[in-house]
Design a protein around this ligand. Structure first.
Ligand code: CMX
Length: 134
């Protein structure tokens, strides 16, 4: 079962241009920038309570985030729920009839193991299940 909101992903054209709003205007703690090669994105995390805002900048034209921005412009891209065991959660969601993008977990930022649900099966919201490294 999901435990809490790990992060909310926001698609941006440029992390550098978007950072002042989150760091300086909202006053969130910047936690650094990381490239997630497998997902073709560069990400920047900003702490907010127990959760984070994750800015997502595409690193190539065929990145899912590049496609999203092309279609919708910058904005909220996905919500990530934290789970204890992502493999068990994938099996549980499958048994509930939820359509998955990832049937095997992938590597996310901060050494997380992640799996996406298809937005058509999760109320139009791209949803990520995220297991943090202990
Ligand atoms: N939120 C809600 N709906 C979305 C969406 C999003 N972020 N991205 C796509 N969709 C919708 C589209 O609007 C489209 O709907 P319609 O058919 O009604 O027009 C449908 O999903 C299909 O979208 P598409 O543009 O044709 O794109 P694809 O099917 O090629 O890919 C998706 C969509 C979700 C399968 C793909 O983006 C994906 O696999 N995403 C998961 C991986 C990812 O996003 N990684 C980046 C973040 C990584 C990280 O956080 O580390």
């Amino acid at each position: 079962m999901v435990k809490k909101i790990n992060h909310i992903g926001i698609a941006v054209k440029s992390i550098e241009d978007a950072t002042p709003l989150y760091r300086d205007v909202y006053g969130m703690q910047a936690e650094g920038v990381e490239v997630v090669a497998e997902q073709k994105v560069k990400v920047a995390f900003f702490a907010i309570g127990e959760s984070r805002i994750e800015l997502l900048e595409p690193t190539s034209a065929d990145s899912p985030v590049a496609k999203f921005i092309e279609k919708n412009g910058a904005g909220v891209h996905h919500i990530a729920y934290e789970v204890e065991d992502v493999v068990a959660e994938i099996a549980r969601l499958k048994s509930e009839g939820v359509r998955l993008i990832d049937e095997v977990p992938r590597c996310g930022a901060h050494h997380t193991q992640i799996a996406f649900l298809h937005p058509k099966s999760s109320g139009g919201v791209l949803t990520e299940m995220c297991q943090v490294a202990h």
